[in-house]
Design a protein around this ligand. Structure first.
Ligand SMILES: C[S@@+](CC[C@H](N)C(=O)[O-])C[C@H]1O[C@@H](n2cnc3c(N)ncnc32)[C@H](O)[C@@H]1O
Length: 243
């Protein structure tokens, strides 16, 4: 979808808007940032819902939306359970949107917004679940950022990452600029990065032809490592409570 919009924009602007648009996906800002926010809602809500559903959130849990963007993950989390949501995003434009749509949750301290990158986030109380949808491409050093996330998680804490597999990024002008400006990952690379960061139970499911959901958890000290799963287990929809 964002590809279609970007192509539409470039056709009316002689290509001058392509770079700013693809760049904006990593840090939406200003007037174009508002347009990007609308595109993100349109194109990412289904994947976000699948990611949050897979985490099987439970009442009372403290959870984190990494790179929350316009806030579809926050809405999905509140729909799923009575959770306390932390959302981190360095984009003031995206956080403004989230703030306007979630005044009540903010007032009741069910939602906490952090204007920062994942690497900069510090939390006093550990998290039971965290997710990031279409964010992994913007992490400068994925293993370092995922290691930091590992530190923020409680033992047994579940993580889910939704993203477009680098092997399925369309080979057109938008796709090529995206690869030049950002850092898309293949499933194998992301799984390896999660393990290098200390996560176990790493497995990936297909959301559609191009998009994947990779899940993992911080090991609970007293539980065996069950990261070696059979293909049949891995083919099932994600249910992180079984990890
Ligand atoms: C393509 S948007 C995705 C937003 C939303 N998750 C969605 O699926 O629509 C990427 C978001 O990640 C944020 N972001 C970029 N780098 C980040 C980082 N290092 N830590 C946290 N968020 C980041 C951007 O500001 C942007 O809002």
């Amino acid at each position: 979808m964002w590809g279609r919009v970007a192509r539409g924009l470039t056709s009316v602007a002689d290509g001058r808007l392509l770079d700013p648009f693809v760049e904006q996906l990593g840090r939406p800002s200003g007037v174009l940032g508002h347009l990007v926010g609308a595109v993100l809602v349109e194109s990412n809500t289904d994947l976000t819902r699948a990611v949050v559903d897979g985490l099987r959130l439970r009442d009372g849990e403290r959870v984190l939306d990494i790179g929350c963007g316009p806030g579809q993950g926050i809405t999905a989390a509140f729909d799923a359970a009575d959770v306390i949501v932390h959302a981190v995003d360095p984009s003031p434009a995206m956080l403004r949107r989230v703030r306007l749509a979630n005044r009540r949750a903010l007032r009741r301290l069910r939602l906490h917004l952090h204007p920062a990158t994942l690497d900069e986030l510090e939390l006093v109380v550990p998290l039971q679940a965290a997710w990031a949808v279409n964010v992994v491409y913007f992490l400068d050093d994925r293993v370092a950022s995922l290691s930091h996330l590992h530190e923020l998680m409680a033992p047994g804490g579940r993580v889910a990452l939704g993203y477009r597999d680098a092997d399925h990024i369309v080979d057109d002008e938008v796709g090529r600029r995206f690869r030049e400006l950002h850092r898309p990952a293949t499933v194998a690379e992301l799984e390896a990065d999660l393990r290098a960061a200390g996560f176990t139970g790493v497995l990936t499911v297909e959301h559609d032809e191009a998009r994947r959901i990779t899940i993992a958890r911080r090991p609970a000290e007293d539980r065996p490592d069950r990261s070696a799963r059979t293909d049949r287990e891995a083919a099932r929809p994600p249910d992180l409570t079984s990890l």
